[in-house]
Design a protein around this ligand. Structure first.
Ligand SMILES: Cc1ncc(COP(=O)(O)O)c(C=O)c1O
Length: 362
């Protein structure tokens, strides 16, 4: 299967490690094993393939994040990246119509395109606070559409779809017989309202939710994700999964379960980082005439609009060279003229000061 270059991954692999201040990341400072309340019994665990479809302990811990989920509705995957891919492989065939709401994680349009689907991109707009216009969305989704892909909370914009709006999106999808894949890796990181907004799998029969340990739980090194969905879809995913996963690592399964069983402590720690980052960003943007952004209602990133006439790749390369600060060019997200900033990054204040000094001299 031929597939487009994954633009953010290519950029980050090339530039992020070179940065003194890396604001390209979407993660909240990862936890170490020592910060998890694990039992020393883990050292006696035989490193065999483990529970092939994931342990019941892990599945129960994941189930607790949803209101309408049984063990049979869960598939355990290699990160959210594995989860998204398995959903596409299980659901789509060449010729299917897919609507992908962008900007988003590139998997959500490049994999369906590679599978030969007819992919329609629906672009969110800054003037709508990066939320979909429901009338427009209703027109883009047709009776031929098989799947709608959303990312909520959204990377890169930091927008969270309000629950009432999510219900209206479900109404549109239901009327047109459309599945919804909602990539919810940032679910639990809301800055407005309740920390966890509604999950699509809890409110829609053909809703498919993807989650993982990487963002909300600060454990990207565990490479554990999941799909929540209707049982027939999960059966199909487990069938596909035999060809590319076998099982997730026994250690990843164990530490993920321990972390989710202690999710309140992780949430408390991450909320402090999230709120501090958002406050620093707000103060910076309000005292800044070169950049603007819609302040985040969740997630870990925002899209900065800069007011120079320069392509985003060039802007980010020059910025990195002159200041040591790395941002992600909007072009890698199909959003030329913008740059993505991770506001939960370490040393955010210093990095933002450097960006300000640099841009004022341009
Ligand atoms: C929206 C979105 N989905 C999926 C992923 C992949 O996450 P994971 O580390 O769980 O594979 C990312 C990573 O940045 C992401 O931002």
């Amino acid at each position: 299967m031929k597939i487009a270059a994954f633009k953010i991954e290519e950029w980050m692999n090339k530039y992020s490690a070179k940065a003194e201040y890396d604001l390209t990341s979407t993660c909240i400072s990862p936890l170490s094993i020592n910060e998890l309340p694990f039992s020393k019994e883990i050292f006696n665990t035989k490193l065999d393939y483990g529970d092939i479809e994931g342990s019941i302990r892990l599945k129960n811990a994941i189930k607790s994040l949803y209101t309408n989920c049984e063990i049979e509705n869960i598939a355990i995957t290699h990160g959210a990246i594995g989860a998204n891919q398995l959903v596409f492989l299980s659901l789509l065939e060449s010729g299917d119509e897919v609507v992908s709401v962008v900007p988003t994680y590139q998997q959500h349009y490049s994999i369906p395109e590679a599978l030969g689907c007819n992919v329609k991109l629906y672009f969110l707009k800054e003037e709508n606070n990066w939320l979909p216009d429901l009338n427009e969305l209703d027109k883009v989704i047709t009776n031929k559409t098989k799947l709608l892909c959303i990312n909520n909370p959204n990377n890169p914009t930091g927008a969270v779809i309000p629950n009432e709006m999510l219900e209206k999106i479900v109404e549109i999808a239901e009327r047109k017989n459309v599945w919804i894949l909602s990539d919810e890796v940032y679910r639990g990181l809301n800055l407005i309202g309740k920390a966890y907004s509604k999950s699509i799998a809890d409110i829609y029969e053909r809703g498919i939710s993807v989650g993982s340990m990487s963002k909300t739980y600060s454990l990207p090194g565990l490479r554990v994700g999941w799909v929540i969905g209707r049982q027939d879809l999960i059966n199909e995913i487990n069938h596909q999964r035999q060809y590319n996963t076998i099982s997730i690592s026994t250690l990843d399964d164990y530490f993920s379960a321990v972390a989710l069983e202690n999710k309140e402590a992780i949430a408390q720690r991450n909320f402090t980082i999230l709120r501090n980052g958002a406050a620093i960003l707000k103060n910076w943007i309000e005292n800044n005439s070169t950049f603007r952004c819609v302040l985040p209602s969740g997630g870990t990133t925002v899209l900065l609009k800069y007011n120079f006439d320069i392509p985003s790749r060039e802007f980010c390369r020059n910025l990195l060279k002159s200041t040591g600060v790395a941002l992600l060019p909007g072009e890698t997200l199909e959003m030329e003229g913008y740059a993505r900033l991770g506001f939960c990054s370490e040393n955010l204040s210093t990095a933002l000061d450097r960006i300000k000094d640099y841009s004022e001299k341009l």
